[in-house]
Design a protein around this ligand. Structure first.
Ligand SMILES: Cc1cc2nc3c(=O)[nH]c(=O)nc-3n(C[C@H](O)[C@H](O)[C@H](O)COP(=O)(O)OP(=O)(O)OC[C@H]3O[C@@H](n4cnc5c(N)ncnc54)[C@H](O)[C@@H]3O)c2cc1C
Length: 551
């Protein structure tokens, strides 16, 4: 049986941030996550690092927290944040009376806002509708959820924290009204893992109501589903918001090489209700049109959905429910040692982690102060390492790769250097290799073999999807059509096995892509899907349909 002081349930931004904070304060802790990296909402969200402007009228406390955390994350999470700024745009369809209370709210929350003329705005963002009425520059930014979770994990591990992925908590144990441990199942092997502990932190997001119930507690968590649309290109450099009270589908967020539009808001009874639908996509396009009139013509790559963990003790739902967070110490419900953290936003994950860790530390009489707002999540890459890497990776992708890899950059570089020496000795250099032995496997996101190999060798990697979540392989225009086959073949060639047989690995990977492609199958995307089907079903017979025809 493992022993620790604190078990954190849930490896999203909040849970991983809590593991980091506990570990930095010297509290022994283990995190258990039922899926892979950022399996829950922390990867199924809009990617907006809120300035807080969206909440200034209805939720000033949230607005204040957002602007403070926004500034902190720009400092500590440079590899995860792209500082883009944002526009709030009043269109002819919006009520101009909303502008004054909104400006007063921004001022009260301490958010710097500057008005520019529509003509200036159109110079900066030429794809915006020409009839926009007023435009305000705000400090919105973009944040990568996968990377944020991964970098928090890396930081936590440097301080001795341990995170087990694919481990689902099935039982929370108590003795005489106090927590004494948990039982988790390793979902890869089916084995049970017993962990003795004094405190359990429930950071299970939309699942936290279910986790509370495991301990015999009631928690008013209503998962709220939101769908988002991903366009194939970046038609805005900034985050573009409609200047009106929060409603569906009114924010465009540039993210790497794509743009994300969202989001809807609809109550659901399942935290894993994440299949987007065609009507949701068409509704989003209609609502987005006043900002970008050509939105119907842009190529859509896919759609996806996530569920918000709304804390609804008074029965509020949807957009009426507060986006604030709540730390609940269940000692008041008769269970000592169990603390839940409910609600919130990804933007405020660090603050949420700090508050819940403060609560745990008070109980354990640990007085070490929180330092998560000061210390960067990962080290800034050493220029000498980057110079070595420039010889073996595409130069354009170097900074992207360094940001993605964080602490694994040096390890990946070593893999590429060994491959370069081996390729030189065997004269087996492929034409697309960078420095030999390190071919580019995913052109859309510029991911090389050495990076895939490094991630594939990590014990918490089991599938091609795990590799995708850490490298972005298959997330660009081809949606895995070319890179899944290349990656699986390269891993086989290098003797690095995944959990499933090669053909199975590809099927699972493509099936996951299919979920997001299905509601957007028209125009170019439908053509591409047919092409992908021709490769995998027609040529490779992955779905076995040809055997059926022959029988
Ligand atoms: C559509 C949408 C758009 C959004 N856009 C934004 C935005 O632009 N900006 C922003 O700041 N916020 C946004 N949010 C909110 C934000 O994404 C969430 O508040 C945040 O990601 C929640 O993080 P979390 O760690 O609390 O939960 P999660 O990321 O869901 O993590 C909880 C984890 O617990 C795990 N878990 C559950 N049960 C168990 C168990 N029994 N054992 C082990 N593990 C378990 C789950 O697998 C999951 O990974 C958005 C939310 C949605 C739905």
């Amino acid at each position: 049986m493992l022993e620790t002081t604190v078990v954190v349930i849930g490896g999203g931004a909040t849970g991983m941030g809590t593991l980091r904070d506990l570990s930095m304060r010297g509290v022994p802790a283990i995190l258990l996550e039922q899926g892979g990296i950022a399996h829950g909402t922390s990867s199924r969200f809009h990617g907006l690092l809120h300035s807080g402007c969206r909440y200034v009228v209805n939720d000033p406390e949230s607005a204040h927290e957002c602007i403070e955390e926004n500034m902190i994350l720009r400092r500590i999470g440079k590899g995860c944040v792209e500082v883009t700024e944002g526009f709030f745009v009043l269109t002819p369809k919006d009520d101009s009376n909303f502008v004054e209370p909104w400006l007063k709210g921004c001022d009260a929350a301490g958010i710097k806002v500057k008005e520019i003329t529509p003509a200036e705005a159109l110079k900066l963002e030429p794809n915006l509708a020409p009839d926009i009425q007023r435009v305000f520059r705000v400090p919105d930014s973009c944040v990568d959820g996968f990377r944020l979770v991964l970098h928090n994990r890396m930081s936590a591990e440097r301080y001795g924290g341990r995170a087990y992925l694919y481990h689902k908590v099935e039982e929370i144990k108590q003795r005489n009204g106090a927590i004494c441990g948990v039982t988790a199942r390793n979902l890869m092997t089916g084995e049970l893992m017993e962990i003795a502990c004094r405190v359990v932190v429930n950071a299970a997001g939309s699942w936290s109501g279910e986790v509370a119930a495991m301990a015999g507690l009631e928690a008013a968590i209503t998962p709220d589903r939101g769908t988002l649309v991903v366009f194939n290109h970046r038609f805005t450099s900034r985050v573009i918001n409609r200047l009106h009270p929060s409603s569906d589908g009114d924010i465009f967020v540039p993210h790497g090489s794509v743009t994300i539009l969202g989001t809807t808001s609809m109550p659901t009874d399942r935290p894993d209700d994440t299949t987007p639908t065609y009507p949701e996509v068409t509704r989003l396009l209609e609502i987005g049109e006043p900002l970008f009139p050509k939105v119907h013509e842009y190529r859509i790559l896919r759609a996806f959905a996530g569920t918000r963990p709304l804390y609804t003790p008074g029965g509020a739902s949807g957009r009426k429910a507060s986006r604030n967070f709540n730390v609940v110490d269940h000692a008041a419900d008769g269970l000592d040692g169990m603390v839940s953290i409910f609600g919130g936003k990804l933007t405020t994950y660090r603050l949420m982690a700090e508050r819940v860790t403060d609560d745990v530390c008070r109980r354990l009489k640990v007085t070490t102060p929180c330092r998560t707002a000061e210390e960067p999540l990962i080290e800034t890459p050493d220029p000498a390492v980057l110079a070595r890497a420039a010889k073996l990776f595409p130069v354009r992708a170097l900074n992207l790769m360094a940001d993605r890899l964080g602490d694994d950059l040096t390890k990946t570089l070593q893999i590429a250097e060994v491959a370069a020496v081996a390729a030189k000795n065997t004269k087996n250099t492929h034409i697309t290799d960078f420095g030999g032995g390190n071919p580019l496997l995913c052109e859309c996101e510029m991911v090389c073999l050495a990076e895939v190999e490094c991630v594939a060798r990590d014990p918490s990697t089991h599938s091609l999807t795990d590799i995708r979540l850490r490298t972005r392989l298959g997330m660009g225009t081809c949606q895995g059509t070319f890179c899944s086959l290349r990656s699986v073949a390269s891993l086989v060639e290098h003797g690095i096995p995944l959990e499933f047989a090669p053909a199975d690995s590809m099927c699972r990977f493509l099936q996951e892509r299919w979920k997001g492609l299905r509601p957007v199958l028209w125009g170019q995307q439908a053509r591409e899907m047919e092409f992908s089907r021709a490769v995998y079903a027609g040529i490779l017979n992955l779905d076995g349909a040809m055997h059926e025809q022959n029988n």
